[in-house]
Ligand binder design. Structure first.
Ligand SMILES: *[C@@H]1O[C@H](CO)[C@@H](O)[C@H](O)[C@H]1NC(C)=O
Length: 400
């Protein structure tokens, strides 16, 4: 055999291999992006040191990245003041993984007038996975319940004017005000979210959606003092499925029609939900005053009511403290609302109430297989200015 010179062959090969590996790892890093651990920016998991600056520095790095970027929050408690995570970002995919708890200042006055605690604004492609947000709201609730004058309170987590958002496996505890708000957004998915606050905590809506399209809320457990989910003006294509609500005020479209000029709510599906000991089940609510608003194409399907005060309710005569609306009719037009397979127990005799606008009666309301009972007596259905149809087993007897 000829005397081969292995060195002469293997050196260029080795270099080629090295170059190839380098390129491969570079492109891998680019595809996987970089992870920014908040601790390496100075965040302290001790629950006492304000970590706001560290979180904002990590955000700035991720936001400026030309590749997908990740932010990591390790276990521990991180004290944060009011924070704004602002776009527009160079990175079109920022994932935030939280293994720890983010804690609001224990003195509610620090963020009590800030509007929001954690605000994401003008962002695109942000996902938040895991984590607990502790809003420390009990002090503010006590203040509000005592009738003193108090700050209005901060929303715990708000997305404003943002697109392509995912929030999964997040827990919001004791928010001062609303827990999660989706405002002016497109394509938002909330999955496996838990909300926890006392049943008597004021204005602590679980998830509030408004001026937004294509929002999905799945597999979530909401226990709070106000609406589990509230649906405001300008909500289109909302899908809610597999949600447990209670304590709380139920799932509510409204309040609508507070303003004269207001966008409507359409194409809302609320499917497979359980209400336990709540004030309302599925509710549509509008102010008794003129408005351009409307509600149409709504499906409430497969709901179980356990001891719910108002399982099915449309209330178009909302007029808190009788100011600005007495003796006026709601301008909000409610049409094409279907209640399908709703059953369980009512905590009051009136299990179904359609109290619609005298100027704009509810139309094409459909009841299909609705069975609601009240103790051992018959439950009742009340209708005012409501038209529609009933099919299948209907109890109490339809008033449409
Ligand atoms: C209604 O919303 C759902 C998502 O919730 C969407 O898939 C569907 O296309 C929408 N329908 C119309 C007519 O826009």
């Amino acid at each position: 055999m000829a005397n081969r010179t292995p060195r002469a062959i293997s050196l260029p090969l080795l270099l080629l291999l090295k170059a190839f590996l380098l390129l491969a790892s570079l492109s891998l890093a680019e595809a996987k992006g970089v992870t920014y651990n908040v601790v390496s920016f100075g965040a302290k998991p001790d629950g006492k040191t304000d970590s706001s600056k560290a979180f904002l520095s990590a955000w700035a790095k991720a936001c400026d990245s030309n590749a997908p970027a990740a932010i990591y929050v390790p276990p521990g408690r991180f004290l944060l003041g009011q924070l704004v995570f602002k776009g527009q970002c160079s990175s079109k995919a920022i994932s935030i993984t939280i293994d720890g708890t983010l804690v609001a200042p224990s003195d509610y006055r620090v963020i009590g007038n800030a509007g929001n605690w954690l605000l994401f604004q003008y962002v695109d492609g942000v996902s938040i996975r895991g984590g607990m947000l502790d809003g420390h709201g009990t002090g503010l609730w006590a203040c509000k319940n005592s009738g003193e004058s108090c700050p209005s309170g901060a929303t715990t987590l708000r997305f404003s004017n943002s697109n392509n958002i995912v929030v999964s496996g997040l827990t919001s505890l004791n928010s001062q005000m609303f827990h999660i708000v989706i405002n002016g957004c497109h394509n938002v998915k909330l999955q496996g979210v838990k909300v926890n606050a006392a049943g008597n905590s004021p204005n602590t809506d679980g998830i509030h959606v408004q001026l937004s399209t294509d929002v999905t809320i799945l597999d979530s457990k909401i226990r709070t003092g106000d609406d589990c989910v509230s649906i405001g003006p300008g909500t289109n294509n909302l899908w809610i499925e597999n949600v447990a609500c209670g304590p709380g005020h139920g799932i509510s479209i409204g309040s609508l029609g507070k303003d004269q000029n207001e966008p409507g709510v359409q194409n809302v599906t609320v499917k497979t939900v359980t209400f336990t000991g709540t004030q309302n089940g599925v509710r549509i609510k509008s102010w008794g005053r003129p408005s351009s608003g409307f509600v149409k194409n709504v499906l409430f399907q497969h709901a179980v009511m356990v001891n719910v005060q108002n399982p099915i309710v449309i209330d178009q005569n909302y007029c808190p403290s009788n100011s600005g609306c007495p003796d006026q009719a709601s301008g909000v037009k409610v049409s094409d609302v279907t209640y399908q397979d709703i059953h369980g127990t009512s905590a009051t005799q009136v299990a179904v109430k359609f109290d619609c606008s005298s100027k704009n009666p509810c139309s094409r309301i459909s009841l299909q297989d609705v069975k609601l009972t009240y103790q051992n007596q018959g439950a009742q259905a009340l209708c005012a200015h409501a038209a529609g149809t009933a099919s299948g087993l209907i109890q109490p007897e339809s008033c449409l």
